[in-house]
Ligand binder design. Structure first.
Ligand SMILES: Nc1nc2c(ncn2[C@@H]2O[C@H](COP(=O)(O)OP(=O)(O)OP(=O)(O)O)[C@@H](O)[C@H]2O)c(=O)[nH]1
Ligand SMILES: [Mg+2]
Length: 319
């Protein structure tokens, strides 16, 4: 029987037990005291280097992730400086509260690696106990770090705030686009532009690559960059361009480390702490917004004997 205690599980996970690692991640997802005990240990170890892969549905993120797994393991180190012999992959689907079709697809697409002891792949679709994947993902990354992983890849599907939140957990964010990345995507483009460190034009065997590159360059020209996002063309299905993508990741990592890495970590932890604070306060509001005294204030509002501001003050004041 496998242990249940997080500190024992971390010990096992560090010796390579995937069952132990999987259980720790389940704790992160399902909340409760096990989650808090897990987090208490996980945050003592630095985060792995996190590569985020994001972009619109169907762009080829999973196929590309699959290629990156191979390329990174072949490289075996980031820049000759820090070596690794395993990679952890989180597949995040904010749109689905369950492990849905897309994620099943990811699993199948990455099945080449399913039996590879150097690769750990995990789908995350549940909400986490404070209600947000954007909270569960940083915790899961720390669990990977505390289990000995130095490199993690996070694939996020969808276009929206969640994607941007999760990008904030990544050290290098790769935005996967396709030729003809159209005008219909203007709104989400703006968000993706902000988070991209590297643009991939995947399915590059298709027509329209040059136009898409030109569009991207033009958009990039409008901004000021300490790091100007690199554009890489790939055909994930055949593997063309994967080496160039890995090189671009290494190059960006070099930039990240040369920048004020400490300040970056600080900013990231600030985001993480703010998110937890906000989630806890939201939970508290939920508690306040029911029960006898809440109903009393509603009655008083109906009767016109109070206003929402005074009512809220009454509810907030310790009784
Ligand atoms: N022609 C072509 N097809 C590709 C390429 N890369 C991926 N595909 C195909 O595009 C489809 C979607 O690929 P996925 O890797 O699942 O894309 P994804 O972005 O992970 O998709 P979601 O996770 O569902 O958003 C699959 O049928 C792939 O085989 C490519 O370079 N060229
Ligand atoms: Mg996918």
């Amino acid at each position: 029987m496998i242990a249940r205690d997080p500190s024992e599980l971390f010990e096992l996970a560090n010796k390579g037990s995937r069952t132990a690692l999987a259980r720790l991640l389940t704790y992160v997802e399902s909340g409760g005291t096990s989650h808090l005990d897990t987090a208490a240990l996980a945050y003592r170890t630095p985060s792995p280097y996190v590569v985020g892969i994001t972009g619109p549905p169907g762009g080829g993120k999973s196929t590309l992730t699959d290629r990156l797994i191979t390329t990174s393991l072949e490289a075996g180190s980031f820049d000759g400086d820090e070596s690794f012999d395993q990679v952890g992959v989180l597949c995040v689907d904010p749109s689905s509260p369950f492990s849905g079709g897309a994620i099943l697809g990811d699993r199948i697409r990455m099945q080449d690696h399913a039996t590879n002891e150097h690769v750990f792949i995990r789908s995350m679709a549940t909400r986490g106990h404070l209600g947000g994947l954007s909270l569960a993902v940083p915790d899961a990354l720390r669990v990977l770090g505390a289990s000995g992983f130095r490199l993690a890849i996070v694939e996020t599907v969808g276009v929206g705030q969640m994607e941007v939140d999760i990008a904030s957990a990544a050290d290098t964010t790769v935005v996967v686009t396709n030729p003809g990345w159209g005008d219909s995507m203007q709104a989400s483009k703006a968000g993706l532009l902000e988070v991209a460190d590297i643009f991939v034009i995947n399915k590059s065997e298709r027509p329209g690559v040059r136009e898409t590159r030109r569009d991207l360059e033009q958009m990039l020209d409008l901004g000021e960059h300490k790091w100007r996002p690199v554009i890489v063309e790939t055909t994930a299905t055949s593997g063309v361009g994967t080496e160039a993508l890995w090189d671009a990741i290494i190059e960006h990592r070099r930039f990240v480390l040369a920048e004020d890495y400490d300040a970056l970590q600080r900013a990231r932890l600030r985001v993480a702490l703010d998110q937890v604070l906000a989630a806890m306060l939201r939970a508290k509001v939920g508690d306040l917004a029911r029960g006898e005294s809440y109903d009393t204030q509603i009655e008083r509002l109906l009767a016109g004997t109070t206003d929402p501001y005074h009512a809220a003050e009454v509810l907030l004041s310790p009784s």
